[in-house]
Ligand binder design. Structure first.
Ligand code: 4AD
Length: 498
């Protein structure tokens, strides 16, 4: 058996492919089966002259998602997807699928989410999952190359790490337990044993917010390093992101094309140094005249684009009635794109006035909301590292800035093009008395943290770490507008199935 990805090594040979029909059409003695096998797409041509009459007729019954094995000659054809076609000499049908629910028409996202188990087979979803896999693999490669060891933090925990409002509570043999929000506290313990460690695991937050950035179950990668300060922490985060980007850019030209991802910004981020700005400067920028002007300009541009795109839709709809079959398909495809773009523009136009008010009225001391991050990152080509946040809005374990007690030595990495926060981290408070005080101030149960405080009693050292959100990173790198498409089976408010 050969895979579609390997076809270039088998030009002019007879091979067998196994897969599913992605699309099919027939014309004068020929059936064109577009086959997908999990590695790519290949057009297979079944000709009445090359196969028996029975096989030819059977091939004509194959609808979308029917499964089969098909043998034939590999022929180079530059116009074909993937650059090769298969001229069939034999085929074996596994199953003829009838009425596959996801057709090339525009279904709407709720329907697709209900059929997530099938939607995963479509090209864009396939491409996003291929990129996700490379991101995961490259993260392991990066940390292993840098001398880290992977550690697995528990999923059942007795502590809150990131505030008590987003805990999923569960019953642990009549004791209260929580699904972990973060493996950080455990990673700190392991860092004191191994120096440099990272977690790679699922984390859970009972987020009641229905936004394009929030899942209730997401995967987080949390490196933790003994003897690292904030600056070293930031530099590591930048180096890691560049490594991930280069891995994806090297390997996934085709997938990024399927996702229609403009890779200019990804390339810039992979090559150019990231900007580092303090929270205080970021607030000033948010409230500046330039920001207000940028939003005005954006609003105007969106309105013009909306008019243009709507009149294009009208024109091609008129053409549809009398168009040839191939052109109809092309128009259907374009209409789908237009609808997606219109809903994006309409969402922007709804948001912009809110963004303007929120930016202008932003007060020093608040945490950035999603829209503030969107606005800030729209003004940069590469990820931005925002450091030194007001300590009042940050977690209990963050060390304060020795030069200004009101600031925490925190960092957030905001992805450009409006994507916003993908990394949150900090230098940790390493002094026992100070940490005890913070636990009290945050109203956290002291007993649950006894073990954590031990780390400050026995050989405490300066240390730092951060958490990278996998799904938000996939969304940014793939250019997806919502995290629901970044994980095979997303869990979010109102979505537990399939
Ligand atoms: O900023 P957060 O809350 O940081 C922590 O959990 C720290 N303990 C990390 C550390 O220092 N070891 O979350 C880190 C990242 C965010 O930047 C975001 O990318 C992701 O986790 N994240 C979410 N992703 C999807 N859905 C959610 N509800 C998320 N909440 C956080």
């Amino acid at each position: 058996m050969t895979t579609i990805r390997e076809l270039s090594k088998h030009s002019d040979e007879i091979v067998t492919l196994k897969g599913w029909v992605y699309n099919s059409r027939s014309s004068k003695g020929l059936h064109f089966l577009e086959l997908r096998d999990g590695t790519g797409l290949c057009q297979c041509i079944v000709s009445a002259e090359e196969v028996s009459q029975d096989l030819f007729e059977a091939a004509g019954t194959l609808k979308q998602e029917s499964s089969l094995e098909i043998s034939g000659k590999v022929v180079k054809d530059d116009r074909s997807v993937g650059g090769y076609e298969l001229h069939a000499t034999d085929l074996k049908i596994h199953q003829v699928a009838e009425d596959y629910p996801i057709t090339p028409k525009d279904h709407g996202v709720e329907f697709l989410m209900e059929n997530r188990h099938l939607w995963l087979r479509s090209q864009r979803q396939w491409a996003a999952m291929q990129v996700r896999n490379t991101i995961q693999f490259s993260i392991h490669q990066f940390f292993q190359n840098e001398g880290f060891i992977q550690m697995d933090a528990p999923v059942f925990t007795g502590n809150a790490a990131e505030g008590t409002t987003t805990l999923f509570e569960t019953d642990y043999f009549e004791e209260k337990a929580y699904l972990t929000q973060s493996g950080q506290l455990y990673a700190e313990a392991m860092a004191m044993a191994h120096g440099k460690v990272y977690t790679f695991g699922p984390t859970f937050r009972a987020e009641k917010s229905k936004t394009r950035r929030h899942l209730t179950e997401f995967w987080m990668i949390e490196p933790e390093m003994a003897f690292y300060d904030l600056e070293m922490n930031m530099n590591l985060a930048e180096k890691m992101l560049k490594f991930i980007l280069n891995s994806v850019l090297d390997k996934h030209e085709r997938e990024l094309e399927i996702l229609e991802r403009d890779t200019t910004y990804l390339q810039k981020a992979a090559a150019e140094p990231f900007k580092k700005i303090s929270y205080t400067d970021a607030v000033e920028q948010l409230k500046s005249d330039e920001t207000a002007e940028m939003l005005d300009k954006m609003e105007k541009e969106r309105k013009t684009e909306l008019e243009e795109i709507k009149s294009e839709e009208k024109e091609i709809k008129k053409e549809h009635g009398s168009a040839k079959k191939w052109r109809k398909a092309q128009i259907d495809e374009r209409i789908k794109e237009i609808h997606a773009r219109i809903s994006q523009i309409e969402e922007d136009l709804r948001n912009i006035p809110e963004w303007k008010t929120s930016a202008a009225n932003f007060e020093w001391g608040n945490d950035f909301g999603g829209s503030d991050e969107t606005i800030l990152t729209m003004q940069y080509d590469t990820p931005v590292m925002v450091h030194r946040y007001p300590s009042a809005v940050k977690a209990f374990y963050m060390k304060r800035d020795p030069e200004d007690e009101d600031l925490a030595l925190a960092l957030d990495v905001l992805a450009p093009e409006g994507y916003g926060e993908i990394i949150g981290g900090s230098e940790r408070e390493e002094r026992l008395e100070v940490l005890e005080k913070r636990i009290k101030e945050h109203d956290l149960p002291r007993e649950a943290f006894n073990w954590y405080l031990d780390l400050r009693k026995y050989g405490s050292v300066p240390h730092s770490g951060y958490g990278l959100g996998l799904e938000r990173s996939v969304a940014w790198i793939c250019g997806l507008s919502h995290v629901r498409e970044t994980i095979p089976f997303p869990r979010m408010l109102g979505r537990l199935r399939p």
